[in-house]
Design a binder for this molecule. Structure first.
Ligand code: HEC
Length: 237
């Protein structure tokens, strides 16, 4: 999936643009719908505005490193990252003592800290991103994963990503709904999401997350920085 030469990408985007009339923002790769597209490539002819024939997708793997994602991580493709960025995950209400309260709605703020891949060398904007999930010891999704768009969560589980990037939120949940992912908008370093913790008796959960600091407007995975982590939260009272 790694591309050494992006000539084909430019060509297909140049063709796609006038046809679908999509904005440059909507075409930022990875597109919101890339995560559920087949890993062997998109064979169809643009059912959605972002569909580019021949482009490989994530096949339902969100690269959080979780069991659900078969251990796949962003860093498997975003190679040689310098490892200088960080990410903070803030919960509201706060999670204290490493214990979540069962059946509780948490607002989550994901922040890319120490961004280094900033515009320059002719790159006018940067595209960053994240994926985050909660997984039980059974290797299954734990609780309800939520976008910051009301009604978009793993409970309602929209089958598809919208044809155009939503403008009323920063994250999305769809497809197999096994993770929350970023809505690709250049120059974004803060994303909002949510989690309803699982019912009492669910035991400890793992939060897997990853943040990518990109600098090529979605045209390369080779020189980005990555921060990946897993945090275990025990069940609280
Ligand atoms: C299977 C390989 C693969 C995995 C896994 C992967 N990516 Fe990517 N990503 C790519 C490729 C390839 C590109 C560049 C697009 C192109 O060349 O067409 C890219 C581009 C990006 C960009 C834009 C980078 C830039 O410089 O503009 C962001 C942001 C991004 N990915 C986020 C993520 C995040 C977050 C994860 C993990 C949750 C992830 N990616 C996992 C292959 C991958």
């Amino acid at each position: 999936m790694k591309r050494k030469n992006n000539t084909r990408l430019y060509v297909s985007l140049a063709i796609a643009l006038p046809v679908v009339g999509a904005s440059a923002v909507a075409l930022a790769f990875p597109f919101g719908n890339s995560w559920m597209q087949p890993a062997h490539g998109v064979a169809n002819n643009q059912i959605l505005a972002h569909d580019v024939a021949g482009r490989a997708g994530g096949s339902g793997n969100w690269s959080t490193g979780s069991k659900m994602d078969r251990g796949l991580k962003c860093s498997h493709c975003h190679t040689d990252s310098p490892g200088v960025i960080d990410a903070t995950i803030d919960f509201q209400p706060p999670i204290t003592g490493g214990k979540y309260v069962p059946d509780t709605d948490y607002n989550i703020t994901i922040t890319l800290v120490n961004e280094t891949k900033l515009p320059g060398n002719g790159v006018p904007t940067t595209l960053n991103g994240f994926a985050l999930t909660f997984e039980g010891a059974n290797g299954l999704r734990s609780g309800i994963l939520k976008s910051d768009i009301p009604g978009v969560d793993s409970n309602s589980c929209p089958q598809q990503y919208p044809a155009m990037n939503p403008t009323n939120g920063t994250s999305y949940v769809y497809g197999n709904c096994n993770a929350i992912v970023f809505v690709p908008v250049p120059d974004t370093v803060v994303w909002y999401a949510g989690w309803r913790s699982p019912p009492a008796g669910s035991g400890s959960v793992k939060m897997w997350y990853a943040v990518v600091d990109g600098d090529h407007q979605g045209k390369s995975s080779l020189d980005d920085d990555v921060r990946e982590a897993v945090v275990t939260y025990d069940e609280g009272p």
